[in-house]
Write a new protein. Structure first.
Lengths: 406, 221
């Protein structure tokens, strides 16, 4: 019996040893629990500058166990509460090595991410180890409040530039009003408009005016409206047909009003046909197909492209060239300028599109604004040269003056 | 009065838009968002005007049997067919019905067939025409008529031929360097000069519009 017990005990011991070898859980349960890391220090929370509020910036000094010491810190978790000692809610986390977190909330009160403005808030930062239970909290920082800013300090250089430019405009407009002759260099493209309308009248063919793919809120489209009004006025005087197919329905509505007013100003309101300005589609290539069809069927004597153009510019201009029309183009879309230059007879490059209205009108106020633009350009050239010199002599203070922060 | 009210409205909203760029305040953002929403609302109403304009012009052509009026028949037929299939469809239970504010119309098989097998190929065809137009435009642009045109031709050849695999590594590398210089120095300088001019022109035009100096958009240029 004693031998049987000894054998049974040996079997049990052997079996336990085997179990112990194959079952790692037994070994793992004996793994040491990491020690709590050193806490982060110097926690500081401030309102995020130049924003609409509802956002704070939390900064701290890393834990001594982050990348050094016991090297136990894996990440930092940031907590926020409206009370100094309770109800803390985690608002985000950053990996080890970081010392900054932006707590950006939403404006909507119903949202989970809402951060109330002008309310006392408290923050704490936890240094967390690989075992999320093992962590060390920093001291609670607070109270701190977020608030909206009425002025974006990072945009002071832009404001200064706008004010200087505005002052230049007012000055030159007043100079022009006093009767001082202001020289504006000739724009071949605009000078050609008169000849082109005359040609269309002689040939008895229509004038096609394309406002581009821009919407009514784009400056290039607004400039195009001004040129359209001048063209429509002359068309009304010469009693030529005008065709204005539109891409955008709002642009169509404005263009109808522009053409109508021009006919009225020219003293020929009865000659205005509402159908001369019409909508086609807001689909880019469907619009191109329709306009190309008009070009090839109606064979307009003159095609005028003024406004915003994209990939369709060359398709339109080449079809116009095939149809044998005189073509005048103007756009501020730099990528499309080469296409217009090769396919059209005259092209207004960039800012010339905006200058066209002043050039056409020859009104002192308009010419004064053009002069202001020229002086502003001269100022930009001078500043660019100064900037180039400053960066080469490491005069960073000068560069910083012009820095715009978003 | 008819002209003063629009000018006043443009001034007020123009000044507000300048103000809101410099003011990130919550109230300023809220008004900005509110005004932007109005652009969508106006756009939707304007779309109705646009469609009416298209129908009116096309119908007038058909009625008066004007030159090539057959195209107007196709335009109107396409408009109404797409509209019909766009607002009708089958729901989850397979029942046919009208759907004005839901996605069922857009999943209508007929709508999708017309869109995928007629509209998309036509659009692709139009876009692909660009390749041929670029060739004809390049032929005109690169004729060596004078010194400047010859420089343009040579520059264009260098920029284009750098991708040619038959030149070998050494020549390709050399051409790559010249092309990079052409694109990054003279080309970029000219581009930026134009962009600076455009920027100033935009600010100038915007200020003229806000101050009521430029009234071309009202037909009073």
């Amino acid at each position: 019996m004693r031998y049987i017990l000894i054998i049974f005990s040996l079997i049990l011991i052997t079996f336990s040893a085997v179990i112990g070898q194959v079952d790692p859980v037994v070994t793992d349960s004996l793994a040491p629990v990491p020690a709590p890391p050193a806490p982060v220090t110097e926690v500081a929370v401030s309102d995020k500058a130049n924003d609409h509020g509802h956002a704070l910036i939390i900064e701290w000094k890393r834990s001594l166990d982050d990348g050094a010491g016991s090297n136990a810190v894996m990440l930092y978790e940031i907590f926020r509460s409206e009370f100094p000692d309770s109800a803390f809610k985690m608002v985000g986390s950053v990996p080890l090595g970081n010392e900054r977190f932006e707590d950006i909330g939403t404006i909507e009160k119903e949202s989970r991410d809402y951060i109330p403005d002008n309310t006392n808030l408290y923050y704490r930062v936890d240094a967390v180890t690989i075992d999320p239970v093992v962590r060390t909290s920093s001291e609670v920082y607070g109270p701190v409040q977020s608030y909206s800013n009425w002025f974006h300090k990072g945009r002071v250089p832009v404001l200064t530039a706008v004010l200087i430019f505005g002052a230049l405009m007012v000055y030159f407009v007043s100079v022009a009003r006093k009767g001082t002759e202001l020289y504006v260099r000739p724009l071949a493209g605009i000078a050609a408009v008169d000849d082109a309308i005359g040609r269309a009248t002689e040939m008895g063919r229509p004038i096609l005016y394309i406002l581009g793919l821009g919407t009514a809120d784009m400056i290039s489209t607004i400039a195009s409206f001004t040129i359209l009004s001048r063209v429509a006025k002359q068309v009304a005087e010469y009693q030529t047909e005008l065709i204005v197919p539109c891409y955008d329905p709002i642009v169509m509505t404005v263009a109808q009003e522009v053409v109508k007013s021009s006919y009225l100003d020219a003293g020929h309101p009865d000659n205005y046909k509402e159908d001369s300005v019409f909508y086609i589609t807001t689909n880019q290539f469907a619009y191109v197909a329709a306009v190309n069809g008009i070009m090839l069927r109606d064979l307009p004597a003159t095609n005028v492209y003024m406004g915003k153009f994209y990939a369709e510019s060359l398709i339109l201009a080449e079809t116009g060239a095939v149809a044998g029309s005189i073509q005048i183009a103007g756009t501020d879309e730099v990528g499309q300028l080469p296409f217009f230059i090769v396919a059209c007879d005259y092209t207004l490059i960039g800012e010339e599109l905006y200058a066209a209205s002043a050039y056409l009108g020859r009104e002192p106020i308009m010419l004064g604004s053009l002069k202001a633009q020229d002086y502003a350009k001269a100022a930009v050239i001078v500043l660019m040269i100064l900037g180039l010199l400053a960066i080469n002599v490491h005069l960073n203070a000068f560069i910083e003056i012009f820095k715009v922060v978003d | 009065m008819k002209r003063q009210i629009p000018v006043l409205l443009v001034f007020v909203f123009g000044v507000f838009m300048i103000f809101q760029y410099f003011s990130p305040h919550e109230y300023s953002e809220w008004i900005y968002k509110f005004l932007m929403d109005w652009i969508y609302i106006i756009g939707i109403f304007a779309m109705a005007l646009g469609i009416w304009s298209l129908i009116h012009v096309s119908y007038d052509k058909i009625k008066n049997k004007r030159h090539d009026w057959g195209y107007s028949v196709v335009t109107l037929a396409a408009l109404f067919i797409m509209m019909f299939f766009g607002i009708t469809g089958f729901d989850e239970n397979g029942e046919w019905g009208f759907y004005f504010m839901t996605q069922e119309g857009l999943t209508n098989p007929m709508f999708r067939n017309f869109f995928n097998h007629i509209l998309v190929p036509i659009e692709t065809t139009m876009f692909s025409l660009l390749a041929f137009f670029i060739s004809s435009a390049a032929y005109r642009a690169f004729r060596a008529r004078n010194v400047l045109a010859t420089m343009l031709l040579v520059s264009a050849l260098v920029v284009m031929l750098r991708f040619n695999p038959y030149f070998g590594e050494a020549v390709g590398l050399y051409m790559n360097k010249i092309a990079a210089w052409l694109l990054n120095v003279p080309n970029m300088a000219a581009k930026r000069a134009i962009l600076i001019g455009i920027g100033l022109g935009m600010v100038g035009t915007a200020l003229k519009v806000v101050l009521g100096i430029e009234r071309g958009y009202m037909g009073k240029g």
